[in-house]
Design a protein around this ligand. Structure first.
Ligand code: C2E
Ligand code: CA
Ligand code: CA
Ligand code: CA
Length: 281
């Protein structure tokens, strides 16, 4: 038994150092990724439930790894946050998304009102620099502030709620809009909805995926939409994958939808093709 315990420990230990090694490796590669332009954005349309029009695009980061191909953000965003690399990467994403939106618009590929949504991490929001950064990006790209939407998650606000509210207020004064991402997954959603200067609530995919069959999810979604609307907020449902979910959301008066039913996130060129297809449907 003792031996087994020891072996078990050694196994665990060597695993741990392998993990640590892997993380250092990953960190170095991510640093290189940023500087060697291996990071890119995919774009996913946000659709008006009533008209079917595309009203916005969400920018989602990807890593085009030289050996491993395209890597999604769930594997590397946490590490970017821990190491602080999220600051330059986040600023790159913000700038690139706004610049892309402007380029499409200037080439007359997008209607003038199409907004661009960019995800912000907690580090960025609480850095003390975010207002300056957003102002700079708007001025360099020439994007109208009304067309920029910043997505934040509720859990990240809790780290310093007072400062978060203050910074969000300053951002709102610039004219940009704020969306509460992954809504429903945090623990104090309801009490903060009123206090936070936000425009839109994005209902988390976990509540949407089993609609309309899951009666609990259906009740929660109904309640969120009712509450958001009574506070004067817009609602986007994320992760809409089928017509039945869409029909149900429409019946509840949900404003906007996003999900594979309309389009997965796509690279810029593909997105444009998709956009024209959806437009002519
Ligand atoms: P999120 O903001 O909640 O983004 C939605 C995620 O759901 C995306 O995953 C998207 O590809 C996926 N998705 C969209 N529609 C559907 C659907 O119909 N079904 C299913 N099953 N999934 C769908 P992705 O691109 O892997 O992004 C994961 C998370 O990474 C994002 O979650 C966001 O929190 C974070 N992220 C992405 N880009 C950035 C960025 O530039 N900065 C920061 N700070 N975070 C980012
Ligand atoms: Ca998001
Ligand atoms: Ca989300
Ligand atoms: Ca989510």
């Amino acid at each position: 038994v003792k031996d087994q315990g020891k072996n078990h420990y050694q196994f665990y230990d060597s695993n741990m150092s392998a993990l640590a090694e892997y993380r250092i490796h990953l960190e170095t590669s991510l640093y290189r990724a940023l500087h060697e332009h291996q990071l890119l954005l995919h774009y996913q349309p946000q659709v008006d439930v009533q008209t079917g029009d595309i009203i916005g695009l969400e920018a989602l980061i990807r890593w085009q790894h030289p050996q491993e191909g395209i890597i999604g953000p769930n594997t590397f965003i946490p590490l970017l946050e821990e190491t602080g690399l999220i600051m330059p990467v986040g600023e790159w994403a913000l700038y690139s998304a706004c610049a892309q939106r402007q380029q499409w618009y200037q080439q007359r590929n997008l209607p003038p009102y199409t907004s661009i949504s960019v995800n912000l991490s907690v580090r960025q929001l609480l850095s003390g620099n975010i207002v300056h950064t957003v102002k700079k990006v708007l001025s360099v790209t020439g994007l109208a502030p009304q067309l920029l939407d910043l997505e934040i998650t509720e859990s990240m606000l809790m780290e310093d709620i007072k400062f978060a509210i203050q910074e969000l207020g300053h951002l709102k004064k610039l004219g940009v809009s704020i969306s509460m991402d992954d809504f429903g997954t945090g623990y104090s959603s309801l009490s903060y909805l009123k206090k936070l200067p936000i425009d839109t609530v994005k209902i988390d995919r976990s509540f949407i995926e089993d609609l309309p069959n899951d009666v609990d999810a259906a009740s929660i979604v109904r309640a969120i939409i009712g509450l958001a609307h009574s506070l004067g907020l817009n609602v986007i449902a994320e992760g809409v994958e089928n017509e039945r979910a869409l029909a149900f959301l429409k019946s509840l008066g949900c404003d906007y939808c996003q999900g594979y039913l309309f389009s997965p996130p796509l690279v810029a060129d593909e997105l444009l093709i998709k956009f024209n297809k959806l437009k002519h449907q």
